[in-house]
Design a protein around this ligand. Structure first.
Ligand code: ADE
Ligand code: ZN
Length: 328
């Protein structure tokens, strides 16, 4: 089976981060918002480093102003992802960007996103589940209402809770309360760590937030004892190589530690994070990894089976999807 046709499972995407620049530029025109500063002359997102990426990301998100905008985005993103062979995807949703942390507004946004996802599932054969994410550089006070939004809407579709944003703002322990609230509501947990900070950040996320998956986690490679611990405990890394390379965490594909982590027995999965920002797709990631490390269809099929096993969806959904990954 070709890499293009291979059924794929993607655990780490940000819904707003999946918005193509033309989609955001179109919304900006409709709403008469001047976003010209965030695009290059040929219409791509323009940023030089992570700090500027976050600013551009938040500016782009500012034109997503209603549940209907998010519904349109969800449908467009899922259609594109299904064409890439993705059959199951998890995406981070931020109540900060969907009603500003207000529960009533959040319910409306979530309902619109879910409805669009249900239509896309029927039309394109791709299943989506949501993970509420608080934003680290917005601070712990803003993370509390976000966690309450998540806890109130936890269920078969809203399946997880996490944290994104600037890893060097505050520490994981500052966010223990939101993570405890989410855990008590039955949500599964993940945290961005080991992207912009080193191994200690990964250790802190594991101990202070008690997460079962780590977003990125790749800088664990700097500490052999931590790598061993991740492998032993079966902690799943949501690795996004193209994102790391585009943002300058690693110089190029061959320098990326994903193959070394996998060889050390760490459960790695593959995702795109914010693909239009990083000029990537999941298919393109597979091609680059095949070139860099000699991985073949069997390697990617095994990674996809691990990803489905680590998905936060309910067992019935997993069992329904599993046959599509078998014989690949
Ligand atoms: N939000 C969107 N993309 C992100 C990334 N790569 N790291 C942290 N927060 C993010
Ligand atoms: Zn991310």
């Amino acid at each position: 089976m070709s890499l293009a046709a291979l059924p794929k499972v993607e655990l780490h995407t940000h819904l707003e981060g999946c918005a193509p620049p033309a989609f955001i530029a179109g919304l900006a025109r409709e709403k008469s918002v001047d976003l010209s500063g965030i695009f290059t002359a040929d219409g791509a997102y323009a940023f030089r480093d992570f700090a500027q990426f976050l600013k551009v990301y938040e500016a782009a998100t500012s034109v997503l102003q209603s549940p209907e905008d998010f519904a349109r985005l969800t449908r467009a993103v899922l259609q594109e992802r299904a064409e890439d062979g993705v059959i199951y995807m998890e995406t981070f949703l931020s109540p900060d960007f969907c009603g500003g942390g207000d529960l009533t507004a959040w319910r409306d946004y979530l309902a619109a996103i879910r409805e669009a996802a249900g239509e896309a599932e029927r039309d394109f054969g791709i299943s989506l589940r949501g993970i509420v994410s608080c934003i680290r550089h917005f601070g712990p006070d803003r993370a509390r209402p976000v966690a309450l939004c998540a806890a109130e809407t936890a269920g078969d579709w809203l399946v997880g809770f996490g944290i994104a944003g600037d890893e060097n703002a505050g520490s994981p322990a500052d966010f223990a309360w939101p993570f405890d609230a989410a855990r008590e509501a039955g949500l599964r947990l993940t945290a961005h760590a080991g992207e912009w900070a080193g191994p200690q950040s990964v250790r802190d996320a594991l101990t202070a937030l008690r997460v079962e998956r780590i977003g990125h986690g790749v800088r664990a490679i700097e500490d052999a004892a931590l790598v061993e611990q991740l492998a032993e405990k079966g902690v799943v890394l949501e690795v996004c190589p193209g994102s790391n390379i585009a943002l300058g965490v690693f110089a190029d594909w061959r320098a990326h530690p994903v193959a070394r982590l996998r060889a050390a027995g760490v459960r790695v999965t593959l995702s795109t994070d914010d693909p239009p920002f990083f000029h990537t797709t999941l298919r393109a990631e597979y091609d680059r990894l095949a070139e860099a490390f000699g991985w073949d269809e069997a390697d990617f099929a095994a990674i996809n089976r691990d990803a489905l096993a680590a998905a936060f969806c309910d067992p019935a959904t997993r069992d329904r999807l599993l046959p599509r990954l078998e014989n690949t």
